[in-house]
Design a protein around this ligand. Structure first.
Ligand code: GLP
Length: 252
């Protein structure tokens, strides 16, 4: 696992976007796995800025998003469909038919999950998977305790995650109780994983992830990333503030 330390959230966006842009230039038909949440917002802003300024094209790029809430329509302002449209897709030249996000309103959710995994296979797998991390170490919506053998599946969201995401809703009751998420197995099948981490509220999760005596354990889903041999973490100073000094020396 390679760690790149940046000063703040703004620099994190710049660095991540730089890596994604150079990846797309080398692989114009790349399959990008995309994430939502506050963390990738600065990255998406930089991608848009570059698209407008330098004309980097997404016409052949295909995207698959990590997750979606169960029960929210595409036009619900808190759905991840809506988020992606507003934060990225409507500002770049990606084709609508190349955008894929699980359907949280599917009549048969189990079927929707199976179809989503088939779709990823049909696309040839994910080339670059962007990830954020929850305070409890969740990736996508893979909460502590999730099996690493899961493909795309439905999850019951923990209260901690619902509370963390309640800031986007009017109140906690409005936060859905379930989501569809790519599983850890799906995530680990990506060829390259780029984990973005920003802010002090992620410091504990980072100190656990980067602890030299770390254990790969189901109760900390992000630890599964140690099983993958091509992971880069971009983290800002606040996120790394609880990483012990001996590890910090290794990072600098
Ligand atoms: C949500 C998303 C995750 C994301 C996490 C962290 O739970 N499902 O994919 O990584 O939140 O979000 P944020 O970047 O807002 O801290």
């Amino acid at each position: 696992m390679k760690v790149i330390q940046v000063k703040n959230h703004h620099d994190l966006g710049k660095k991540a976007a730089e890596m994604i842009i150079s990846f797309i230039k080398k692989n114009p038909k790349a399959v990008l796995g995309l994430a939502t949440g506050s963390t990738p917002k600065t990255t998406y802003k930089e991608l848009i800025r570059d698209h407008i300024k330098n004309g980097t094209s997404y016409r052949q790029v295909r995207t698959v998003n990590l997750d979606e809430y169960v029960g929210l329509s595409e036009n619900h302002p808190n759905s991840y469909h809506f988020f992606m449209r507003e934060e990225l897709f409507k500002h770049i030249d990606i084709l609508q038919e190349n955008i894929h996000i699980p359907n949280g309103l599917a009549e048969n959710i189990g079927d929707e999950c199976r179809k989503y995994d088939q779709l990823i296979q049909t696309l040839g797998g994910v080339d670059l998977q962007l990830l954020g991390i929850g305070r409890n170490g969740h990736i996508g919506f893979n909460e502590p305790g999730t099996s690493f053998e899961n493909g795309t599946h439905v999850v019951d969201l923990t209260l901690d995650t619902r509370k963390a995401n309640a800031r986007f809703f009017t109140n906690l009751d409005e936060v859905p109780t379930q989501a569809i998420t790519m599983g850890i197995k799906t995530i680990l099948e990506s060829r390259f994983i780029l984990l973005l981490v920003s802010g002090r509220e992620k410091a504990e999760a980072m100190s656990r992830l980067l602890n030299p005596n770390h254990k790969v354990s189901h109760d900390f889903p992000a630890s599964s990333l140690h099983l993958h041999d091509n992971v880069t973490v971009i983290a800002d100073t606040d996120a790394l503030s609880m990483v012990y000094s001996i590890e910090r020396r290794a990072l600098s």
